[in-house]
Design a protein around this ligand. Structure first.
Ligand SMILES: CC(C)(COP(=O)(O)OP(=O)(O)OC[C@H]1O[C@@H](n2cnc3c(N)ncnc32)[C@H](O)[C@@H]1OP(=O)(O)O)[C@@H](O)C(=O)NCCC(=O)NCCS
Length: 187
């Protein structure tokens, strides 16, 4: 995946998920303080930053824990949002389960950058990647369904995604009191 420049606080807007992401030019009226950020594939050097970024959301139960080994092992699944001067402010991953199904997972935006379009840009980059693979459906299991609904996902039944259930849910300590909602985007 090539690096994808995105806009900061004012610029992400509600672009169509059907359009291949490209260079987002700042619209007129963009706040002078808005920073141009970039979504790019993660590298192994990003692993410590990914751990720091995700830790508070693992603590709240919004994200499943990932070991250092797991992050290193699957680093190619991740994208990060990076400030021009360095510094990772968001991350997300695309887990491919089959020819037809993938999952957006490990989505996290640093608290002080939330609400500025970073989560949307990360998710759109992952959806673009899924589309490039010819994948038919992208799923997410989340406690923040409204975020995904705003990006075109619709509510779904978890039971429709047995590969996901086998992969993660069977190992999750909350499997009998799960409060996550399944959402899906059909590409
Ligand atoms: C969920 C999360 C990734 C969203 O990232 P973000 O950068 O704040 O989201 P964006 O600014 O791109 O928001 C895109 C849209 O979703 C909405 N949105 C974002 N978070 C939302 C939430 N928690 N509830 C409802 N709507 C939300 C925004 O208002 C925006 O709507 P708009 O297009 O109408 O303005 C971020 O809040 C986060 O990291 N949360 C903690 C970890 C987590 O819960 N991850 C998801 C696990 S699957």
């Amino acid at each position: 995946m090539s690096a994808l420049p995105i806009l900061g606080e004012q610029g992400a807007g509600s672009s169509s998920l059907r359009r291949k992401p490209d260079l987002h030019i700042a619209p007129e009226g963009t706040a002078p303080g808005s920073l141009l950020r970039q979504v790019r594939p993660a590298t192994l050097a990003d692993v410590p930053a990914l751990e720091s970024l995700m830790a508070p959301y693992v603590a709240t139960g919004d994200l499943l824990p990932r070991s250092n080994y797991d992050l290193c092992r699957h680093i190619k699944e991740y994208v990060v949002a990076e400030q021009p001067g360095g510094g990772i402010v968001g991350c997300g991953s695309l887990k491919i389960y089959s020819l037809a199904l993938a999952e957006v997972a490990g989505l996290a935006v640093a608290a002080s950058y939330q609400g500025g379009g970073v989560g949307r840009a990360l998710t759109e980059a992952l959806i673009t990647e899924a589309r490039a693979h010819g994948i038919a459906e992208v799923l997410a299991l989340t406690r923040k369904p409204t975020f995904f609904l705003k990006l075109g996902f619709v509510l779904a039944e978890k039971e429709h995604f047995p590969l996901k259930v086998w992969a993660d849910c069977a190992r999750c300590p909350r499997q009998n009191c799960c409060d996550e909602v399944a959402v899906v985007l059909r590409l």
